[in-house]
Ligand binder design. Sequence first.
Ligand code: AMP
Ligand code: MG
Length: 486
Amino acid sequence: MKKLDELTFDNRFARLGDAFSTEVLPDPIADPRLVVASPAAMSLLDLDPSEADTPLFTEIFSGHKLWDTAQPRAMVYSGHQFGSYNPRLGDGRGLLLGEVLNDAGEHWDLHLKGAGLTPYSRMGDGRAVLRSSIREFLASEYLCALGIPTSRALCVTGSSTTVWRETKETGAMLLRLAPSHVRFGHFEYFYYTKQQEQLETLAQFVLREYFPQCLADEKPYLALFREVVERNAEMIALWQAYGFCHGVMNTDNMSILGITFDYGPYAFLDDFDANHICNHSDDTGRYSFSNQVPIAHWNLAALGQALTPFVAVDDLRATLDLFLPLYQAHYLSLMRRRLGFATAQDGDLELVQRLLQAMQKGAVDYSLFFRRLGEQAPEQALAVLRDDFVDLAAFDAWATEYRARAASEDDSQDARRIRMHAVNPLYVLRNYLAQEAITAAEQGDYSVVRRLHEVLSRPFEEQAGAEAFTRRPPDWGRHLEISCSS
Ligand code: AMP
Ligand code: MG
């Protein structure tokens, strides 16, 4: 275990030079204080968890101090936002501080979000607010605990610095970890500005550092695209299976590594609603829950476009066509597990679809449904769950089929429960829980967010004294409108 000043930096992205990023120093926030830290994320850097309690930790992650060997840079990228191309985005309020090389030989980007103005800030103030920093922190660590590929969060630092959004708020910084911060939008930037040499340098960098297995391929750039398509198919299947709505699937928020990235007004579904729109600013529902699948495909097509200087269009098209079948296969396999099936049988997809249709009409809590389904034998579990459905005829027809399907699995209820509970979380990062933690933190009480983070770090395991975290949302928390401003 290391102390903070014992970290080793190896800043590979910075070495790509000024065409890719600009040197900028963090602009500190006032009266910094640690809001919450993730011991699990600290371990990725081999950091001793007690380092979070040192003054140096808070000084570094509020922009007051920096390692000599860090090389803070703002990255340039562009991207499609809500379907329209925005030629110049970039790190407007975050900096890549550098890349830590851990003892296992892994590189971890340290990205400080809310670090002040950069050449890419446009009309913004370069800041992040406490509210959105807490939301990103909780989501990063919760998705990881669920087994969904994601960027990680080391800590949130609060301050007394005033930041104006719709109203007066306080500034904060989030330290994000990811093996890379390269987005689809990085490729689009060099493609649309016709900087072919830089585009090639970027693609070579990504191949060499993150997808070395593709270099042996006859067509390495096509192999890279295929990897990204495959990883996205898996990630989106996990989102859909677990009821996660990202909310802002712009191509600048899509990681080249196929990890969930750049959390904004996200939500986990409470009551199941295929058409749920979690982003208050998404008037047309472009990023609604069920649209996440076609939008991922659209985003991959945008990435493919940026690779056309290197790969034949027909090859890109054929690879893009793999997305939907791959997605469907992952999704079906996840949903089988959530329903308690260890085997694959014909008709399973229809069974899933009919369940969702029946849920859509009622007030059925999406996450708790699966947890409760595993709690007791099918007969008893279904009798209890029935109460939440409105279309009882649809539910009864489904329940009859489910009972027969579950009986064909031929195992004990104990084995079934253990298997189902291992994939169906009891604790869910609900918007109302995040909101309670934010409200307390805004008044200087960080105990609520710390406790919520602790409970959510073991979502599948029933924890003594954590009953309150299993509740469905109270009325005020049912339809929280999550602002896109962050
Ligand atoms: P986001 O909505 O966080 O994905 O950000 C989209 C783009 O706007 C990125 O280029 C951000 O760096 C930039 N941005 C968002 N908020 C701010 C802000 N407060 N100040 C400067 N740039 C910002
Ligand atoms: Mg973004």
